[in-house]
Ligand binder design. Structure first.
Ligand code: GLC
Length: 508
């Protein structure tokens, strides 16, 4: 029984709930230093939101080659010892500040001084397990090196998934002796498989090689270990938290999640409105807001010109900004596009990269339907902002979507999302109701040719025939509160549950 809950004030004991906590984020992505997907947006935004409510949040990342040399990092002390299972290594800790949050980078070129974060040219590095196991060990040792005792280490996705296990060993360093752990699942599909040697490599005992610990199907499953050992587990939307407890979405770990269900919660991501705000967005040719929508048409014209789409204010543009992976369901969009553009008066503006076959299919479609379909391959942040602002609709037919950020960005830019009802898409988009004219987008259930074709057709018909409803939905979408403040409050409660209990007056 938790004494603090019974006698919170009379015992001279307090836990850190509500008071400023010391929180260390461990992550493999963080914009503007290293980013592949939504994780890179979430890490800095959540950290800043937690700092705003009074917590000492710091972030630790591997120093990948993508970290811009112009970033003013300074070395923190001399070489830092990283205690691997086989002996010590020496890394360099660097630091900088991002909007009031201290960011540390672990520099160790043998593992991180490469072109990509996880791999290059669509192929993951074959020593990823080793690289990220090293990083996890370095995160723990960085606390000792800095002589800084976080109340909570918050690890994100499998690359940081060994941290909860490392915090569970008796011989952990003094600095993290009382640190609690929180693990967030941003994507259940990637587990991080490693050979049994991983345990020796990071100095974990053999008994972690067990189906109730980290072993699965004859390998170490890093995600499984994180789910077993984290004090609390979160994921990035309520619906996804339910979905991954089922065999359809659990990627083989649904049983572990059902077992830990009372320690798991879904917290929907927010939007960093300092970056995604149509009124202040520096990438737009003209800013706009719900009160003054004129700029949106100028963005639309710029988008048509930039992507070589035919001119025409009255033709609806459907935007896509995505990583081209199976998760995103864009193969089905490829299947239906020829019929859509033949039968409907529409345009498509696509941006993304990933699966080479999908990239090729989209380029073919652009070639076959010039002026109607346009596709750019790659990461292009200014163009991503322009598509969100200039399009009328935004298509996200994801097979699964833990949270999804683009549907929220698009709503704030008055661009109505067309989404499959899964994960965070189901939680954030309200389906159009033709009777009342209410809603913030168009929602369908099954990822089939006809469901996606018909929903795009429905949006297209609404654009041409019920324009008033489109305008009304735009305004209600733009008025939604997706700010990070709400999520930060929910994370604060989760941290409070794992943060150490301290005696009043004890050194912090
Ligand atoms: C992953 C998920 C995405 C989520 C993001 C941030 O990229 O696929 O749905 O929004 O992480 O949590």
């Amino acid at each position: 029984m938790d004494l603090v809950k019974i006698f919170p004030f009379t015992m001279g004991i307090t836990n850190h709930r509500g008071a400023g906590m010391k929180i260390l984020f461990a992550a493999s992505e963080c914009d503007p230093y290293c980013k592949v997907g939504g994780l890179g947006d979430v890490i800095p935004a959540l950290a800043v939101a937690l700092r705003k409510i009074g917590h000492d949040v710091r972030i630790v990342l591997p120093k990948c080659a993508s970290v811009n040399e112009a970033t003013p990092f300074v070395a923190v002390g001399g070489p830092m010892i990283v205690n691997m299972g086989y002996g010590v290594e020496f890394a360099q800790l660097l630091s900088t500040e991002y909007r009031g949050v201290t960011v540390y980078l672990v520099e160790f070129n043998r593992y991180f001084g490469r072109g990509g974060i996880y791999g290059e040219c669509g192929e993951g590095y074959c020593d990823n397990w080793e690289r990220f196991a090293f990083f996890c060990r370095a995160v723990i040792d960085a606390c000792q090196f800095l002589n800084w005792s976080p109340d909570v280490i918050h690890a994100h996705d499998w690359p940081t998934g060994i941290i909860p296990a490392l915090l569970s060993v008796h011989s952990r360093p003094e600095a993290v002796r009382s640190s609690g752990s929180v693990f967030t699942i941003h994507n259940m599909a990637h587990h991080g498989y490693a050979p049994m040697e991983l345990l020796d490599f990071v100095g974990l005992y053999d008994h972690y090689w067990h189906p109730f610990a980290m072993e699965a199907c004859g390998a170490v499953n890093v995600m499984k270990g994180a789910l077993q050992f984290a004090g609390k587990i979160t994921t990035v939307s309520r619906t996804y938290a339910e979905e991954i407890k089922t065999s359809d979405y659990g990627h083989g770990l649904d049983d572990v999640l059902r077992y830990r269900a009372s320690d798991m919660i879904g917290i929907c991501n927010g939007v960093d409105t300092d970056i995604w705000n149509p009124l202040t967005d520096r990438f737009l040719p003209r800013n706009f807001s719900a009160k003054s929508m004129g700029g949106k048409m100028i963005c639309k014209r710029r988008l048509q010109a930039h992507m070589e789409l035919a001119d025409g204010d009255g033709i609806p543009i459907f935007g896509v900004v995505a990583r081209f992976f199976e998760q995103k369901g864009l193969d089905v969009l490829c299947d239906i596009l020829p019929d859509v553009v033949k039968n409907m008066e529409v345009q498509f503006a696509l941006l993304g990269s990933g699966d080479k076959h999908l990239e090729w299919r989209f380029m073919q479609l652009m070639h076959n339907f010039r002026g109607k379909v346009s596709c750019r391959i790659g990461l292009d942040n200014p163009l991503a902002h322009l598509i969100e602002a200039g399009a009328d609709f935004f298509v996200m037919p994801s097979r699964y979507e833990p949270c999804g950020l683009n549907q929220m960005y698009s709503m704030l830019y008055g661009t109505l999302p067309i989404v499959r009802a899964t994960g965070g898409l189901a939680d954030t988009v309200e389906n159009y109701n033709e009777k009342t004219g209410d809603g913030t987008g168009f929602v369908f259930r099954d990822l089939t040719y006809s469901a996606l074709y018909n929903t795009i057709g429905w949006a297209c018909a609404t654009y041409y025939d019920r324009r008033g409803d489109v305008e009304r939905m735009r305004l209600s979408a733009m008025g939604k509160d997706f700010s990070w403040a709400k999520a930060a409050g929910e994370y604060e409660r989760v941290y409070g549950a794992v943060a150490p209990v301290r005696r009043c007056g004890a050194p912090q």
